[in-house]
Design a protein around this ligand. Structure first.
Ligand SMILES: Nc1ncnc2c1ncn2[C@@H]1O[C@H](COP(=O)(O)OP(=O)(O)O)[C@@H](O)[C@H]1O
Ligand SMILES: [Mg+2]
Length: 421
């Protein structure tokens, strides 16, 4: 019988189909779990096990009890929340994966900073403060904070709630804006105690890169290094272009890979995918974060390995115990443009997509936002308009093609009417 893997697929996940397609290709038996409610679960083709991710421990116990008889060889999460449930369930099932402590530390920006710092890795100066500080404490914080600094939530992702402040007035504004986001019903429903605190840390200048890696028995295999050629200087940090291979000097790339490997060891991560972000600061590569999961959104589609192997397939192969070294990324350059949401309002139409698809080197454009959906830009928003993909001989060609595509695509939104009393 084919080995079974448990896939924990978030109900709003961009990549569920890619994981399911990869599992099918590999002939793996898949047990699906999700945070959909029971009623919706019955509508999914496979009737996933309905779990509540926010109660990670309880969700993991239920999952482990339900699947134990089928002897799964791995439990795989897709995003930060589902990866934690996966680690907890794997531990209960006696499957050797990343330790729960390591996955929990990677997910919490506070624990990550503390562990990396304790291991002697250079991290920005940081401080964790209560979300709802009394005015006198805000004054004191504004007086002692380094500038420029960055305010951010401890547990969100996708740059949500991440704001740069250059002076005390901006810091006050950022603190209250992030606090309002964390109190908003949509975020507060997670009921995570970490939503009651914020991180304030030194802003690290320099170009930013992302490193996609796979840990195999504690050893980091670099799958790809992406440059982020649009400056990320704030005040908000909208991700746009990711282009691989990196055009930074090999020595810097090697230094970044070493920092990530040391960071994984400091967090205790040993198996499976990681997604790290770093700044190439004047003082050397600086880790911004290491997530115990692969890259988010549909960005993984920019990567192909060996002979037509997707990132999801690579992750599943590893999880299934095919733990040979991962095949190298294809030779061509590749990239993705995350189409940002620039205006708040109801999405009426997305223009220019067909024209952009016809551009040379553009492989695909996927609009993930739905018509009539309420679009919310950063720092409050949590989604993208869509993703554009390009492949070419050189990273510069990929970048040019994606920029041209981005210019053609326009979201038409109607502003939300102000609420009047
Ligand atoms: N200390 C910092 N210095 C410089 N830029 C930062 C810093 N912290 C965050 N950023 C910017 O904000 C982005 C999102 O922050 P990050 O900590 O990675 O949170 P998230 O989990 O939301 O991705 C980063 O990719 C980076 O561009
Ligand atoms: Mg990040």
């Amino acid at each position: 019988m084919a080995p079974a893997v448990v896939l924990i697929l978030p109900k709003t996940g961009y990549r569920n189909e890619d994981f399911l397609a990869a599992a099918k290709k590999l002939g793996a038996e898949v047990i699906q779990a999700s945070d959909v409610c029971h009623r919706l679960a019955e509508q999914w083709e496979e009737h996933p096990l309905a779990l509540r991710f926010r109660e990670a421990e309880a969700a993991a116990s239920e999952l482990a009890a339900q699947v134990a008889q089928r002897n799964p060889v791995a439990v795989i999460g897709v995003d930060d929340q589902s990866s934690l449930v996966a680690a907890l369930a794997a531990e209960k099932l006696g499957i050797a994966q990343n330790p729960v402590r390591a996955v929990a530390a990677a997910r919490s920006k506070e624990q990550s900073r503390a562990r990396l710092h304790a291991a002697g890795l250079p991290v920005p100066r940081f401080e964790v403060v209560a979300r709802d500080l009394p005015p006198a404490e805000i004054d004191a914080l504004a007086a002692r904070s380094p500038y420029p600094c960055v305010v951010k939530p401890l547990v969100l992702s996708g740059s949500r709630g991440v704001i740069r402040a250059d002076d005390p007035a901006q810091l006050r504004a950022a603190l209250s804006r992030v606090a309002a986001l964390l109190r908003s019903p949509e975020v507060a429903q997670r009921r995570d105690p970490d939503l009651a605190r914020l991180l304030v840390e030194e802003f690290i200048p320099g170009p930013e890169i992302a490193l996609e890696g796979l840990l195999v028995r504690g050893q980091l295999h670099v799958l790809a290094i992406f440059d982020k050629p649009d400056a990320l200087d704030g005040p908000f940090f909208e991700e746009t272009l990711y282009i691989t291979p990196s055009r930074h000097p090999a020595q810097l790339q090697d230094g970044a890979a070493r920092a990530v490997a040391e960071g994984c060891a400091a967090l205790g991560l040993v198996e499976g995918p990681i997604h790290a972000e770093l700044r190439l600061s004047p003082g050397g590569p600086r880790l911004l974060e290491i997530a115990a999961r692969s890259i988010g959104g549909l960005c993984g589609r920019a990567l192909r390995f060996g002979v037509g192997i997707s990132l999801e397939e690579l992750i599943l192969r590893h999880a299934l115990g095919l733990r040979a070294d991962p095949p190298p990324r294809e030779r061509s350059a590749a990239g993705v443009l995350m189409l940002p949401i620039s205006k708040r309002g109801t999405l009426e139409e997305v223009r220019g997509v067909d024209e952009a698809k016809r551009l040379p080197l553009i492989e695909d454009i996927v609009i993930t936002a739905h018509l009539r959906e309420e679009l919310v830009p950063l720092p409050e928003g949590a989604s993208y308009l869509g993703f554009a993909f390009a492949r070419a001989r050189s990273p510069a060609q990929v970048e040019t093609a994606l920029r041209r595509a981005g210019k053609l695509i326009e979201a038409r939104v109607t502003p939300r009417l102000p609420v009047t009393a």
